[in-house]
Design a protein around this ligand. Structure first.
Ligand code: IMP
Length: 423
């Protein structure tokens, strides 16, 4: 029988920064196309190749593998200046993006004023600020759903300048509502130059491109950005990003029917981190948290901000498994916890005096995490008996096999667990 090609989805099962870029790079050789479906340059996917660090913000993580086509789908928001900088950095290391990159015409553009608006809106929120990366993500998605946005496909239209001016005037009116933050945004000339270069890259209709790829019998990997708990609908609202980071986002962000989704691979760290504001039940706001931050190099790859660190949160991970339909998990950064006498994981929450293993509606209320401790592991480079026990405990708690375990940033530091089983 003919192979039914599918779109497999790989996404973050926590608050982002789970190490998705590395896992994508590991499994990419199985695919013909790697596609981003949401978010924008708020993301920072780090890959270490031949000992050299590369950070991608908008371009999919398959770009380092020859023969793979990388699609920026319609659900992504693109800052042309950041995008072209990324293209130039790839060119400098010999990667020809004209060959292996495609950009969806329906993807929306981040304008210089979107960043100004992002900064103004955050400043206006005062203590309630989201902790946004200030890349203009929220205001761009607002213009998309408000039906005011500029799309990549508009770059091919003759009335582009008029459309740009109309949106710019709207932004200027909006900005009068806010106090000036003095934040410098992208220079308009730089933006215009970047847009001219962007137009020269291969633009496609992502829905047709994916359909043709699948019809030709090739599987596609959809690469998520941020993480499940930053999803606009199911995350810790309002401390979330402005897109659907969950598996359903791959359908709308690429133009793929749900029946064509295959495996859903969830990535999680052996502990949790969060950057920016918002609830974080298992946070370790103490020396232990600081030790994990230092050992794990937990500083934002986009903003450089220190990430908040805490123990693994099982109720949150189970929620991610449920909402995404995760079929298998990859655990990253297990090496970071090695050498600790004891590691903990949160199995339940106590909310208003009652025990639950569910993610509550209002995660912003006081949640007391209930922890279970396990003996720590020593080995950094392989899965010893204690790390095995930890992995099996997580599998048993979430009901999904952990098929990959990452023990360091390099391509070679990934252990595939063929025998992963759920009890
Ligand atoms: P925004 O999407 O830049 O507006 O940020 C909204 C929230 O999501 C903030 O708390 C950010 O720190 C967080 N966030 C956005 N992108 C990422 C990411 O790629 N990794 C981790 N957190 C992110």
């Amino acid at each position: 029988m003919k192979h039914m090609a599918k779109v497999d989805v790989l996404l973050g099962a926590q608050w982002g920064d789970e190490g998705k870029g590395k896992v994508v790079d590991t499994i990419t050789p199985r695919y013909k196309v790697v596609a981003r479906f949401q978010g924008g340059p708020n993301a920072g996917h780090t890959l270490i190749i031949d000992g050299k660090k590369h950070v991608l913000h908008t371009i999919p993580s398959g770009v380092f593998r020859p023969g793979i086509v990388n699609l920026v789908g319609n659900g992504v928001v693109i800052d042309p200046v950041i995008f072209m900088r990324e293209v130039d950095a790839l060119k400098a290391i010999g990667i020809d993006v004209k060959e292996n990159l495609r950009i969806g015409r329906r993807a929306h553009l981040i304008l210089p004023n979107h960043r100004t608006l992002d900064a103004a809106s955050e400043a206006d929120k005062g203590k309630g600020k989201i902790g946004s990366t200030l890349k203009g993500i929220g205001p761009t998605y607002m213009d998309k759903t408000g039906r005011n946005g500029l799309r990549v496909g508009d770059l091919e239209r003759s009335d582009l300048a008029e459309r740009y001016d109309t949106l710019k005037r709207k932004h200027e009116r909006l900005l009068t509502l806010y106090e000036s933050t003095g934040v410098q945004t992208t220079n308009e000339h730089e933006w215009m130059d970047a847009v001219k270069r962007l137009r020269e890259l291969p633009l496609v209709d992502s829905e047709h491109f994916i359909d043709e790829t699948l019809r030709a019998g090739h599987d596609v990997l959809a690469e998520g950005a941020q993480g499940t708990l930053l999803d606009i609908d199911f995350g810790t609202y309002p401390f979330v990003t402005s897109s659907n980071t969950i598996s359903a986002g791959a359908c709308t962000g690429l133009g793929v029917a749900p029946s064509r989704i295959g495996r859903v691979i969830g990535i999680f760290k052996a502990y949790c981190t969060r950057v920016g504001s918002g609830p974080f039940p298992t946070e370790l706001d103490n020396d232990l948290g600081e030790n994990i931050r230092q050992a794990g190099g937990e500083f934002g790859s986009t903003t450089g901000r220190p990430r908040r660190c805490g123990w693994l949160d099982i109720p949150a991970l189970r929620y991610a498994v449920m909402i995404n339909g995760i079929t298998e998990l990859a655990m990253t950064k297990a090496d970071v916890l090695s050498g600790m006498a004891e590691v903990s994981l949160c199995t339940h929450y106590k909310v208003n005096g009652r025990m639950t293993d569910r993610m509550p509606y209002d995660i912003c209320t006081d949640i007391e995490p209930i922890f279970e401790s396990m003996v720590g592991w020593k080995d950094r480079s392989s899965i010893d008996g204690r790390l095995s026990a930890f992995i099996e405990r997580v599998e048993q708690a979430v009901g999904v096999p952990i098929t990959m375990v990452s023990l360091g940033p390099g391509r070679e530091q990934m252990v595939l667990r063929e025998t992963a089983a759920v009890h």
